[in-house]
Design a protein around this ligand. Structure first.
Ligand SMILES: [Zn+2]
Length: 115
């Protein structure tokens, strides 16, 4: 049984940490505060996010994209299922790499294809 909430918390913390690296002003940091109630689609906050994304390097951007994808998958209930073979991704792999979308075998097959 997957503790989805644990992974969600972990992913959100990881995402916030990446944005924090790009935050330069107090307003940016405030935007990152997890306890502040906010509408995610509010215009000003989206602009802050775009601005912060702009300061991040490619690696961090890709990581945030991967985290967003994982969060989306949690939302749709497909989190923890391998995109390659459709089997459950072993929990140990998800714990080591919460953004994983494939099992180890399919992940390695995908890496091999990229080379
Ligand atoms: Zn697989």
């Amino acid at each position: 049984m997957l503790a989805i909430e644990d992974f969600r918390t972990k992913l959100l913390a990881q995402r916030r940490e990446l944005f924090r690296q790009a935050a330069q002003t107090e307003a940016d940091l405030l935007w990152l505060e997890p306890d502040v109630e906010r509408e995610p689609m509010e215009r000003g906050q989206t602009e802050t996010m775009v601005r912060l994304l702009d300061r991040l390097d490619e690696r961090a951007k890709r990581e945030i994209e991967a985290i967003d994808l994982a969060l989306t998958r949690i939302g749709t209930g497909s989190y923890g299922r391998c995109e390659g073979c459709g089997n459950d991704i072993p929990v140990a792999r998800l714990q080591a790499l919460p953004i994983a979308t494939t099992c180890l075998a399919c992940g390695e097959a995908g890496e091999a294809l990229k080379r």
